[in-house]
Write a protein that binds this ligand. Structure first.
Ligand SMILES: Cc1ncc(COP(=O)(O)O)c(C=O)c1O
Length: 510
């Protein structure tokens, strides 16, 4: 960690006349600037004047302030921050992949088409669903694609329907997606075990609607239900097949948010428990980088009934038998002739580099390795649950899959809250877990270790959490002041979220 507590912006380090390099004098007439006035940057002339040393030291110092998956456990629940194997990177950097133009004719891109086809086959097997597109660029983009498939399906049957049901444990992108696709969202209550409630619940005189009564009242108008499974409490929806049956009985479909597939791959297939359409987050479950290291990829898998509506184009494999021994040979092509398709959801074929990485992950693990990764992710989350649940309140007692959600109830008795605990973890050298989410757990602390972490790393993290709990009792003020060792202390997070300043502006242009 850099000892400098205040790193000026690179613009603030600018010294007029300073340079990182010298160019020979221009020996041709200067070019004429033909750009229209509105296309010209007004502040182009005030790029920072700094030396090469200034630039390297500035960005190196900044990188030391950062914390990533290559530093240690990154227990950000619901975000599956797992190790990004370097083998994936090596594969994605092969010139045959990087140098192929996306508009290359099919005959010249056979290897890349085969890669897309092969990854599709893996993902179809993992999800248990026969239709797939790799175009969407992230989880939320996959959700929108999936809900558009649902809409196209209902429209093709003569009624668009107007409602999407969403459990209160859902990830925030689910209602946002449904609303963006033009649906009205109705909330379904979760029971005390954290799973979808079939019956209405009474909470202090206020009725929260369960699935049965919502379907009884709105059945023919319900287009579908979006369910995250395992849900954001890390709990598997045990009655998922019954939920699917209830939806199908009124002609509605079940969308599964598969961002948490790290708990299911190789163990359970959504297509086998009634899911009609779902997305996968390659940048989570399949170890491709995300966050600042993006871009993402959110393939959508679907049932045969929804397959005709998938985005265009779809890769096809043609097989012929040649030679005396009748050896099978395959050729690959893009199929654009899909009259019922919802159209394109991404330029070209999605974020191709992510597809290469995801297939490298599948091939290097093999089917048994993928299953082992799932089981280890679940064991790791349960290890943390076992070590911390005597100290931190565990609001939901249902079995934990890939992530575990605690609350700050016990520490709140000492006026120490989730934010204080998260900030103190920074002092201890760890990235904090997801905080205050899911919303149905007040003061939630949501921890997802993934299979990447060794027992030693899990123990170090748990020791830090236990030390913080002791500090909460003996020295709450220390926690209120945290982080004390970070270059920046407590930030005004509300203003940062509501009025972010993302771009430096020259004092002359503001
Ligand atoms: C359960 C769940 N669904 C959907 C998403 C959205 O995925 P993305 O960030 O790739 O758009 C996330 C991301 O955190 C998630 O955890």
């Amino acid at each position: 960690m850099s000892t400098r507590q205040r790193e000026p912006l690179i613009f603030e380090q600018s010294v007029p006349g300073k340079r990182g390099m010298d160019l020979p004098p221009l020996d041709v007439p200067p070019p004429r600037d033909t750009r229209a006035a509105h296309l010209r940057r007004r502040d182009f002339g005030i790029l920072p004047s700094v030396s090469e040393v200034d630039v390297i030291r500035h960005f190196t110092r900044m990188s030391h302030w950062n914390y990533g998956v290559d530093d240690g456990i990154y227990p950000l629940g619901s975000c599956t921050m797992k190790h990004n194997p370097r083998l994936n990177e090596k594969a994605a950097a092969l010139p045959g992949f990087t140098d192929c133009h996306p508009m290359a004719p099919d005959e010249l891109a056979q290897g890349n088409l085969e890669l897309i086809y092969t990854l599709q086959e893996w993902l179809k097997e993992i999800t248990g669903l026969p239709g797939i597109t790799l175009q969407p660029s992230a989880g939320a983009a996959g959700e929108l694609t999936g809900v558009m498939l649902i809409r196209a399906y209902h429209v093709s049957r003569g009624a668009a329907r107007r409602i999407i049901l969403i459990p209160d444990s859902a990830h925030g992108t689910n209602p946002a997606t449904a609303a963006m696709a033009g649906y009205e969202v109705l909330e379904v209550a979760s029971g005390p075990d954290g799973t979808i409630s079939f019956t209405d619940l009474d909470e202090g005189g206020k009725t929260r609607r369960g699935l049965n009564s919502l379907l009884a009242e709105f059945g023919p108008e319900v287009a579908g239900l979006m369910v995250t499974n395992p849900n954001t409490l890390g709990v598997f929806e045990q009655a998922i097949q019954e939920v699917a049956d209830a939806l199908h009985a009124v002609g509605a479909l079940m969308y599964m948010d598969g961002a948490n597939m790290n708990a299911l791959v190789g163990v359970a297939r959504p297509g086998d428990f009634g899911v009609d359409v779902m997305h996968l987050n390659l940048h989570k479950t399949f170890s491709t980088p995300h966050g600042g290291g993006g871009p993402g990829s959110g393939p959508v898998a679907c049932s045969a009934a929804l397959e005709p509506f998938l985005p265009v184009p779809v890769v096809r494999r043609d097989t012929r038998r040649v030679g005396e021994g009748e050896v099978e040979t395959h050729t690959y092509r893009w199929d654009w002739d899909r009259p019922k398709s919802i159209g394109k959801v991404h330029t070209y074929h999605g974020n191709f580099g992510m597809l290469v990485r995801a297939l490298a992950y599948c091939l290097s693990h093999g089917a048994d390795g993928l299953k082992q990764a799932t089981l280890r992710a679940i064991v790791n989350a349960n290890y943390i649950r076992a070590r911390l649940s005597g100290t931190y309140h565990l609001p939901i007692q249902s079995p934990t899959l890939h992530e575990v959600v605690f609350s700050d109830t016990r520490q709140a008795a000492h006026d120490v809250h989730t934010l204080d605990i998260a900030k103190r973890l920074i002092d201890c050298g760890f990235h904090p877990p997801t905080v205050y989410f899911p919303l149905i757990v007040p003061g939630a602390i949501m921890i997802e270790p993934t299979e990447s972490e060794s027992k030693a790393e899990l123990d170090a993290f748990c020791e830090a959490m236990l030390t913080i709990a002791r500090e909460a009792e003996t020295d709450p003020e220390l926690l209120h002041q945290a982080p004390t060792t970070a270059p920046l202390r407590r930030l005004d997070e509300t203003t940062a979220a509501r009025r972010p300043v993302l771009r430096w502006r020259s004092p002359e242009t503001t």
